[in-house]
Design a binder for this molecule. Sequence first.
Ligand code: CTP
Ligand code: MG
Length: 213
Amino acid sequence: MAVVGIVPAAGNGERLGASEPKAFALCAGRPLLDWSVDVLAGVCQRVVVAVPAGREHGPDRVRGGPSRSASVRAALLVAPEASTVVIHDAARPLLSRDLVERCLAAVYEGWDGAVAAARMTDTVKQADRDGRVLRTLERSSLWSIQTPQVFRAEVLRRALDVDEGRLAAATDDASLVEDLGGAVRVIEAPPDNLKVTRAVDLELAGSLLMAAR
Ligand code: CTP
Ligand code: MG
C-alpha cells in the first residue's frame, strides 16, 4: 500500500521557448520541476518523474512518452507497489501540500479520482469554426481542470491501458478514468496554482515563489 507521486516533466516546452525543456528551466533559482517534486516528496512514499530522453539520470527518473498521458503511463509502470497515485505536472510549481492532501482525502473516502480545479471566472461561449457564437454556457457548473489529480492506482492502470492515439487525445488523466465510468470529483484549488506555459507565466511563478520564501 503505497502513495506514489508521478510528475510528467517530459514535454519540450515549445510555447515557453527556453533553451532547454520547460521542466528544467530555472524558476526562482531552481529547475521548475524541483518545486513540485519537493512538495510531493513530503506526502508520497516515492516520486517518479517522466523526463525527456537523455535526462534519465538518477533514481526514479524514467523516459517520458510521446504524449503527456503516455509519460504518466511510463512512470506508473515502474511503480507496481502504488495503491494510490498523485499526478502533478512539473509545469505547476506553486503546488501546496494542503491541496494534495485534500485530493488524497477524497480518494480515501471512496472516489476513484479527485482533481484540482478552479471555478470559471470568465464567461464561456461556444462558437463555430467561423467564430459565430452558438451559445453562452451556464458558468456555475463549469470547472477549469488542473493538477494534482489523485487516483486509486488500480483504476488508473486500467484507464491508461488504451492505445497511443487515445492517450494522445486525452488532455488529462481523469478523462481516461471517466471513460471507464470511474467516479471523479473536483477539489477547489487555491488561485495561485498556476500553470507555466509561456515566458510571462514563468516570471509570475518565480515572483510568487520568491515572495513566499
Ligand atoms: N509532458 C510530458 N510528456 C509529454 C508532454 C508533456 O510529461 N510528452 C508534461 C510536461 O512536461 C508538463 C505537463 O506534461 O509538465 C503539461 O504539459 P504542457 O504544459 O503542455 O508542457 P509541454 O508539452 O512541455 O509544453 P508545450 O506544449 O508548450 O510544448
Ligand atoms: Mg504540451
